[in-house]
Design a binder for this molecule. Sequence first.
Ligand SMILES: *[C@@H]1O[C@H](CO)[C@@H](O)[C@H](O)[C@H]1NC(C)=O
Ligand SMILES: *[C@@H]1O[C@H](CO)[C@@H](O)[C@H](O)[C@H]1NC(C)=O
Ligand SMILES: *[C@@H]1O[C@H](CO)[C@@H](O)[C@H](O)[C@H]1NC(C)=O
Ligand SMILES: *[C@@H]1O[C@H](CO)[C@@H](O)[C@H](O)[C@H]1NC(C)=O
Ligand SMILES: *[C@@H]1O[C@H](CO)[C@@H](O)[C@H](O)[C@H]1NC(C)=O
Ligand SMILES: *[C@@H]1O[C@H](CO)[C@@H](O)[C@H](O)[C@H]1NC(C)=O
Length: 455
Amino acid sequence: MKMLVALLLLLALCNANKVTVEESDGQCDYNLILEPRPHSVSILEFGAVGDGKSLNTLAFQNAIFYLKSFADKGGAQLYVPPGRWLTGSFNLTSHLTLFLEKGAIILASQDPSHWDVVEPLPSYGRGIELPGRRYRSLINGYMLHDVVITGDNGTIDGQGSIWWEWFNSHNLKYSRPHLVEFVTSENIVVSNLTFLNAPAYNIHPVYCSNVHIQNLSVYASPESPYTVGIVPDSSNNVCVEDCNIAMGHDAIALKSGWDEYGIAYGRPTTDIHIRKVHLQSSSGSTIAFGSEMSGGISNVLVQKVHLYNSLNGVEFRTTKGRGGYISEIFISDVYLQNIHMAFGASSLSGTHPDDNFDPNALPILDQITLQDIIGENITIAGNFTGIQESPLTNICLSNVSLSINSASSTFWSCSYVHGFSKLVSPEPCPELESSYSSSSTCFSLVNSYGRASAL
Ligand SMILES: *[C@@H]1O[C@H](CO)[C@@H](O)[C@H](O)[C@H]1NC(C)=O
Ligand SMILES: *[C@@H]1O[C@H](CO)[C@@H](O)[C@H](O)[C@H]1NC(C)=O
Ligand SMILES: *[C@@H]1O[C@H](CO)[C@@H](O)[C@H](O)[C@H]1NC(C)=O
Ligand SMILES: *[C@@H]1O[C@H](CO)[C@@H](O)[C@H](O)[C@H]1NC(C)=O
Ligand SMILES: *[C@@H]1O[C@H](CO)[C@@H](O)[C@H](O)[C@H]1NC(C)=O
Ligand SMILES: *[C@@H]1O[C@H](CO)[C@@H](O)[C@H](O)[C@H]1NC(C)=O
């Protein structure tokens, strides 16, 4: 019960509709106290062996099946002691805390027969990498609520190298699995852990509400193909804070479905708060929107972020056929260091799931504000490329100071974009030079998160 109260409290704090922010500048700012569950069992009681060789899938499945019976008794904790716990994919249950002790490492099996193959997500219509079905993630939640995955810096190691090789050599049978996926779930916390070497994504909440991701270290090799850190997808009320993420591809990517499938499913990603994160991306973007955004992405607040040693900083990607929108995005207090392209927005970016997409489904990019930004050693300040049929609108830059390196030939590149700027250096392209005073449509935040208003 205490657990539930603590969880409700934190989710209330995370949700601007339920709380007025008085002195702090963000909703993720709170002292999180998670009371222990009234019942706890160790994975050892289910015959698990932490030698890094024995397969423990059944131990995890049996333990979690047993813990289901505590759902109406305040829930229960599954304790994972120090050791190397090899496993294939398994499912979680509601009112569960999965706790990884210091030195506990959950190791994902590299044998694909230990991973089920499941139907694609309805908002994607197919696996994201290959047509057809996809591998189930290592740790799964389906239609759950009140679930915590935490620990004393225990580790979830995806041992992804084998999947990266199959991906690169075109030997995958199905789209690669992720480490943690929650589908149609709510009131989820993932905290105090290290994630290593995911086959593809690390944490994928899809069709979820009230997800809090805090204090994680998330790493994959810089060469790992299309590995992504955290992917809020067709989900609302997601907070990501105090995380260090370094990925082969995007560190954080916000998505909401793919072309005709995403449009038909119609569930947006909205009310997202990202703060106090250190992000690195070798071949993608530290913070990406899209390119799959057909259900829409709106009301996103990004604050106090450090983006470094990366190809791209913040990037908005979409293409004709997506439909949907990316709007009401507010990004402030950003420090960029050693980044090739600081900001990008392109309506010519991304592929289609099949030939049935509607080329007349034009994506909208509107009301994007970038404010209080400092950058060092940047090669391209910004590339804003809209399309004639649907230009980028209300792109607002305020107090942006980027120091451009000598490798640069173009500071800003703009087409089919309209926006406003003040105090921007280097001087932006003419399309963004309307003065702020004449604008009434720059997206801003007054008083608290979630309350958009004109500047
Ligand atoms: C993370 O760990 C710290 C230190 O043990 C603890 O105070 C905090 O409550 C934990 N946070 C979560 C969300 O589990
Ligand atoms: C895991 O959950 C899925 C539903 O998402 C279900 O189809 C599958 O049978 C479950 N597997 C086990 C081992 O319980
Ligand atoms: C972050 O997690 C580590 C363990 O992983 C813990 O020692 C530390 O206190 C946590 N910090 C916060 C702010 O929760
Ligand atoms: C957690 O462990 C990882 C490596 O296993 C380390 O890089 C990280 O600094 C640790 N985090 C904390 C908060 O102790
Ligand atoms: C500047 O950033 C680039 C990456 O865009 C990096 O390769 C280079 O080493 C950085 N230069 C310095 C002096 O840090
Ligand atoms: C800007 O982006 C567009 C579309 O993504 C691309 O075609 C163009 O080459 C880019 N311009 C620069 C200067 O990088």
